[in-house]
Every structure is written in C-alpha cells, then in structure tokens.
Design a protein around this ligand. Sequence first.
Ligand code: NAD
Ligand code: UGA
Length: 340
Amino acid sequence: MANHATVKSPPEPSPLRKARFFQANMRILVTGGAGFIGSHLVDKLMENEKNEVIVVDNYFTGSKDNLKQWIGHPRFELIRHDVTETLLVEVDRIYHLACPASPIFYKYNPVKTIKTNVIGTLNMLGLAKRVGARILLTSTSEVYGDPLVHPQTEDYWGNVNPIGVRSCYDEGKRVAETLMFDYHRQHGLEIRIARIFNTYGPRMNIDDGRVVSNFIAQAIRDEPLTVQLPGTQTRSFCYVSDMVDGLIRLMEGDNTGPINIGNPGEFTMLELAETVKEMINPEVKIVTVENTPDDPRQRKPDITKAKETLGWEPKIKLREGIPLMEEDFRQRLGISTNKK
Ligand SMILES: NC(=O)c1ccc[n+]([C@@H]2O[C@H](COP(=O)([O-])OP(=O)(O)OC[C@H]3O[C@@H](n4cnc5c(N)ncnc54)[C@H](O)[C@@H]3O)[C@@H](O)[C@H]2O)c1
Ligand SMILES: O=C(O)[C@H]1O[C@H](OP(=O)(O)OP(=O)(O)OC[C@H]2O[C@@H](n3ccc(=O)[nH]c3=O)[C@H](O)[C@@H]2O)[C@H](O)[C@@H](O)[C@@H]1O
C-alpha cells in the first residue's frame, strides 16, 4: 500500500537540499512536542547532530519541563502555538502529535479536541504542502473503536460510535487519517500514518488519568488501585522508547501506512493491577469502580506489517517498563520509600 495514485509532487523543502557543497541540517517540526511521547521523540531526534528540531505546543497537557534540557540549544526552538491556528515555518519533516491523548483530557473540551484533530491536521497538511515536507500523523488504535476483529489488523475498518463521548477523539482521528490520504492523493504529499496502541513511560502526567500512570501513582501513594468495571477489558502496553523508534522508522521508511505500532502483549486491567501491586506495593488494595461509556473491551495490535515493512518490534516487556516508570514517578512525587 506504499503509494497511492498521486497527481503531482509537492515542491522540494529547500533548494539547499540539492546544494553540492553545503549539507543543510534536516529541519523537523514536532507538534505536541512538549507532551509525553513528543518530548521523548524530541530527545531522540536531537541525538542526531544533523537535525534541527522545532516544537510547537499550546501546553494543554504538555509542559516546558519535559523539554528543559533542550531550551537554549542552538538546534532547538520552542514555540507556544495552537495548531488550530495557521503556522508558517520552513521544515523538511512534520511529526504531527498535537492532541490531548488521555480520555479525561480529550473529553474535557470535546469541541476543542475535534478542532485540534480536524483543523489542526488540515493546517499541518497545508503547511506540508506549501513547503514540501513529509508529514507523519500519530493516529490511534481508537480508530478501531470497540473492535470486533481481534487482534486488530490495519485493514479492519473499526466499530466506532459516531455520537459518543469518545467520538471527538476517535472520529476526530479518523477524519485526520482521511485528510492525510486526500492530501496524498490530490496533492502528492508524502504522508505517514502510525496507529499507536497504549503507550506508557516516564514523563506521563502523574494525574493523567490513563491506567498505567494511575495505578503506579496510586501504588506509590498507598492509595487503592482503581480498576474500572468489568476489569476483564484488555489493553496492550508499549514502552515509550520502543514507540519513538517505531515512529522514526516509519517517517524515514517508504510506506505510507497506516501501520499499527504497539506491543502485542495483552493484559486485562485486573492483571495489570495485580502486576503493579506485586511489583510496587504488595500491601495496596485493588478496588473496582464504575467505568465510562464506550470503553473498548479488547485491544491488541497485529504488528505483522510493522515487522515486515519497518523491521520494527517492541523490545521492552511490561515488567521491565514498570520499574523505569516507577523510578520517575517516585522522583517527581518525592516519595522514595519502597514498601516491598
Ligand atoms: N500515549 C498513547 O497511548 C497514545 C495512543 C494512541 C495515540 N496517541 C497519540 O500520540 C500523540 C501524543 O500523545 P501523548 O500520549 O504524548 O499525549 P500528551 O497529552 O502528553 O501530548 C499531547 C501534546 O499535544 C499538545 N496539544 C494538545 N492540543 C494542542 C493544540 N491544539 N495545539 C498545540 N498543541 C496541542 C499538548 O499540550 C501536549 O503537549 C497524540 O496525538 C495521541 O493522540 C497516543
Ligand atoms: O492506545 C490508544 O489508542 C488509546 O489508548 C488510550 O485510551 P484508553 O485505552 O481508554 O486508555 P486508559 O484511560 O489508560 O484506559 C485503559 C483501560 O484501563 C481502564 N482504567 C483506566 C483508569 C483507571 O484508573 N482504571 C482503569 O481500570 C479503563 O477502563 C480502560 O479499560 C489513550 O489514552 C488514548 O490516547 C489512545 O489513543
């Protein structure tokens, strides 16, 4: 599915690319770069001395703190900007991540979430078209909704409620994917779409509301782990360094996607709670609480395509990732005692 019929190619990002004696740096825009995945992506991109990185973020869920090591660096720029407004920058690559990801944040102002997904993606595609940049969208496994196919393959069209409380996010991302392919077919844009499955790791907001961060923070604070009913719903958790590796491979490879990027290890929420309890605080209680509407009952990526086309598969198992996140959370919470 590499390249769909294209009408015409976009311009080269800069004539400097073709210059014989001067190799310009690769200028990379990361929208949402002050967030959890975005800031880890920036760290990795900055390791390459040929990269210049520009982050735009409105700090709704992100923070300058996540980027503090780069502020003032000559190859790094940080712009406070909302992607629902147009942006003029000259770049070669756009990693478009800007969008609240945790359900409690994306449901907080659903109309804004839709605008971010639709107008924000439209703006970034317009920018990519003007400057000839390649653009990668971080879509989501939520495009599969409450999936009737398990594990989920990229050719599954999904089972999504168009009028539910999650629709601002899952339908928003579906439209964003549509826009990406329409710009690709109509204007010849180079696009990449990653369908990300639940990702966790250091720098997640402590009170982010997502399940791994909730359970780890609760275990450290000695509060009951809140398993939302029924507890048998499943998720597959990918450690953030594996995710960043997959995103960069996708951007630099020649397959448009969509490609699932996630860890196929599948756990029920009760199993996750038991694992966190055993590893962090065996004394802590596990309680069940009400769930929210339309919570998907199962989720597990089929990553055959990522393996075959990107040579990618995750390396970090859940039991290896939890202690790395625990260490970061303990440091930020200022709670060092480990009741093991
Ligand atoms: N973490 C996951 O499990 C997961 C799973 C699937 C998809 N994704 C996608 O990956 C991306 C990053 O997710 P994350 O987990 O790092 O979330 P995050 O909330 O930590 O990061 C999102 C960033 O986007 C910024 N942002 C939000 N709206 C914006 C706007 N209108 N203009 C500019 N900036 C804006 C936020 O301030 C934040 O820094 C998102 O697009 C999300 O949909 C994440
Ligand atoms: O990977 C994805 O595609 C999507 O996954 C998550 O959405 P979700 O799976 O609902 O994430 P969580 O809020 O972490 O919930 C996971 C499961 O844990 C349960 N949960 C959550 C929080 C909690 O305290 N307890 C608990 O049992 C929820 O009911 C749900 O079944 C992300 O937040 C989305 O940004 C992302 O796009």
